[in-house]
Design a protein around this ligand. Structure first.
Ligand code: PGA
Length: 255
């Protein structure tokens, strides 16, 4: 059984004070209670600068929501100005690390080889990478969706020994930031390909791996995405910034 995971990706939004305020709002809502009852898993991938504040506030409240980071560096320590290590994230009980988001792949030229090294650092420290893959509109129009996903996954997973826990997020670049998610059929097709590719690589273990859909998820379209056989949750950007909207998204997964 793959437990549904709703992960917020705040991107470069929210100061520590704003993060605390969001958590206090969210804590009183239905989603936190559903997560307490283990009906669904919820995580927030926050900017590094808000993680410590969230960690402390979560402890104070006794909230169950998981914490995630949006990046990691593969070296343990040393002369890597501006980077953040696995140990630094673990200090705040960070459970997830988003690796290879398309914004980093495109804006910062992060390659799949770099993504794999980052994922390796996360799993070696006992954290779970949320590995993002997804095609541009030109790749899709060119009929190259499966090949694209296969190449991205193959290279981003070179660290993987088929055993460590991973989460894959399918995020079509053309849907990110639009509030216009992929259709149910398109989401299922791509997530189905991803499961097939994982099966070719790791056999039946593919059935245990959670595949999230991300890109334009809203409280209005989430239900249509979660009915897909191979969609096990969502990575939610813009709609997660408002606690009430994210609560609605989580509750749609519970219902
Ligand atoms: P969005 O972002 O929900 O704002 O489209 C999702 C993501 O990029 O992870």
């Amino acid at each position: 059984m793959r437990k549904t995971l709703l992960a917020a990706n705040w991107k470069m939004n929210k100061t520590a004070a704003e993060a605390i305020s969001w958590l206090n709002d969210f804590y009183g809502m239905a989603a936190e209670k559903a997560a307490e009852k283990d009906l669904v898993e919820v995580a927030v991938c926050a900017p590094f600068t808000a993680l410590y504040a969230l960690y402390q506030e979560r402890q104070r409240l006794g909230a169950v929501m998981g914490l995630g980071a949006q990046n990691i560096f593969w070296q343990e320590k040393g002369a890597f100005t501006g980077e953040i290590s696995a140990a630094m994230l673990q200090e705040f009980q960070t459970k997830y690390v988003i690796c290879g988001h398309s914004e980093r792949r495109v804006l910062l030229q992060e390659s799949s080889e770099m993504v794999s090294r980052k994922c390796g650092a996360a799993v070696n420290a006992g954290m779970t990478p949320i590995i993002c893959v997804g095609e541009s509109i030109s790749v899709r129009r060119g009929g190259l969706l499966r090949q694209w996903l296969e190449a991205q996954l193959y290279e981003s997973l070179s660290f993987w020994d088929n055993q460590q826990e991973i989460v894959v997020a399918y995020e079509p670049v053309w849907a990110i930031g639009t509030k216009q998610a992929a259709t149910t059929a398109d989401a299922q097709e791509a997530c189905g390909y991803i499961r097939q590719i994982l099966r070719e690589r790791a056999g039946d273990i593919a059935d245990d791996i959670r595949i999230l859909y991300g890109g334009g998820v809203t409280p209005e379209n989430i239900s249509g995405l979660l009915i897909c056989d191979d969609v096990d949750g969502a990575l939610v950007g813009g709609s997660s910034l408002d606690a009430a909207a994210f609560d609605k998204i989580v509750m749609a997964a519970v219902e």
